[in-house]
Design a protein around this ligand. Structure first.
Ligand code: GDP
Ligand code: MG
Length: 173
């Protein structure tokens, strides 16, 4: 069966924008505001004679957003919903692409999610998105070295480094 690659991360970091770029279509809804209705999406990526399934997580539905969801580690609300969707992806994916926002830097929830993802014992690639130009890469990545993941800067919106990202993903499969 086809290997699966999951995009995981808190809302608004650019997962769906990245998903659309990688599958070269516009199937996932992107939005400025976290918390709008978005479904979990799957797409197929074909590159260099390889094929994999890409999963866009973080479909935060209005229901799950407004409901008081009890999640792992006693975290409630939409963060619990992110953890729940991440858990699903962690179980089925062969590679976990942990997407963060380079302009925001490392947030406490990113840190929490990082520790959570480690428990899957699966390969993790840290994607530092919103690096809208090579000259900013070093500065915007500096916060994230501490996580100890293999990492790659990119800009889903402006296309920076996306070919390198393709190749990096394929190298895990
Ligand atoms: P998701 O919630 O993680 O799926 O994030 P979205 O893909 O919906 O994107 C959230 C917002 O970030 C949207 O306004 C995007 O246009 C914007 N965005 C996504 N990628 C980039 C990027 O590389 N650079 C910049 N500047 N903005 C981005
Ligand atoms: Mg999204």
């Amino acid at each position: 069966t086809m290997p699966k690659v999951a995009l995981i991360g808190r809302p608004n970091v650019g997962k769906s924008t990245l998903f659309n770029r990688l599958i070269r279509s516009n199937r996932a809804i992107t939005h400025d505001m976290p918390g709008v209705t978005r479904d979990r999406m799957e797409g197929t990526v074909k590159r260099s004679g390889k094929v994999f399934t890409l999963i866009d997580t973080g479909g935060i539905t209005l229901d799950s957003h407004s409901a008081v969801t009890e999640g792992p580690a006693g975290i409630r609300g939409f963060e619990a919903e992110i953890l729940r969707q991440s858990k699903e992806a962690m179980e089925e994916a062969d590679l976990l692409c942990f997407v963060v926002d380079g302009r925001d830097g490392l947030t406490p929830f990113d840190d929490h999610l990082a520790n959570y993802l480690r428990k899957a014992g699966k390969p993790i690639l840290l994607i530092v998105n919103k690096v809208d130009g090579e000259e900013k890469a070093e500065l915007l990545m500096s916060d994230f070295h501490i996580l100890g993941f293999q990492m790659l800067p990119c800009s889903a919106e402006h296309g920076f480094n996306l070919r390198a990202l393709d190749e990096e993903i394929l190298s895990f499969l």
